[in-house]
Design a protein around this ligand. Structure first.
Ligand code: TYD
Length: 203
């Protein structure tokens, strides 16, 4: 089983992923937690390059680098783990690329989808949680943080990314479940568990 978490920086998706992992381990499942870009030595090195503020990266190069990191992670870790019956939880997957590089950077949508699919080797998440926050909440939650290259892209960029995520969750409503981030972490998590259990029949 392959489950992904999406949302802009400050949405709390990583916290929710960790809570779901603990919940599943408690139930006796073997769980692997991964993040994108990352999860392998090669992909973590690509991540460092992508987030380094001192390296200007054109949008197309950015798209291809995110997908290079993805391709390696999928082939070497994600696919083998799913095949051996593990539950893979991934902090971001190709919906990030569609939201950030197609909507945010305004690269051609069809091209981005095609490259994403190639890099994912046909793998589609069984379920995706999109944790929705607005721009103001994002700004409050990331206040005082040392911003990386992606996070330094400005308000207009983030507005387009949020709009992109919202559109994606509407057009893929069977797979991408939009969760409005609540003030209480446990309230957001309860909604995630409800959706999860409904989908997988009281796992
Ligand atoms: P992430 O580790 O989730 O950062 P954070 O912990 O701040 O949420 O992701 C790194 C950054 O890379 C984040 O700003 C989103 C961006 N990103 C893309 O632009 N495209 C992608 O395909 C992925 C996976 C991430």
């Amino acid at each position: 089983m392959f489950i992904t978490f999406e949302g802009i920086d400050g949405s709390g998706k990583t916290t929710q992923l960790n809570l779901l992992a603990d919940y599943l381990v408690e139930k006796g499942y073997e769980v692997i937690k991964l993040r994108e870009p990352g999860g392998t030595i090669l992909s973590e090195k690509i991540r460092e390059l992508l987030l380094d503020k001192s390296i200007p990266i054109p949008p197309m190069t950015e798209l291809l680098l995110f997908n290079s990191a993805r391709s390696f992670l999928v082939e070497t870790i994600i696919k083998p783990a799913i095949e051996s019956g593990k539950i893979v939880l991934c902090d971001r997957f190709y919906d990030s690329t569609t939201a950030y590089q197609a909507f945010g950077r305004e690269l051609n949508y069809e091209n981005v989808i095609t490259i994403n699919d190639l890099a994912a080797g046909g793998l589609i998440p069984d379920l995706t949680f999109y944790i929705d926050i607005d721009l103001e909440t994002h700004k409050i939650r990331t206040l005082g943080k040392d911003l990386d290259r992606m996070e330094s892209s400005g308000d207009e960029f983030y507005k387009k990314v949020i709009e992109g995520y919202r559109k994606l969750s509407e057009t893929n409503e069977n797979r991408i479940k939009k969760i409005i981030s609540k003030n209480e972490i446990s309230d957001t998590f309860n909604e995630i568990i409800d959706i999860f259990e409904n989908k997988f029949n009281k796992i």
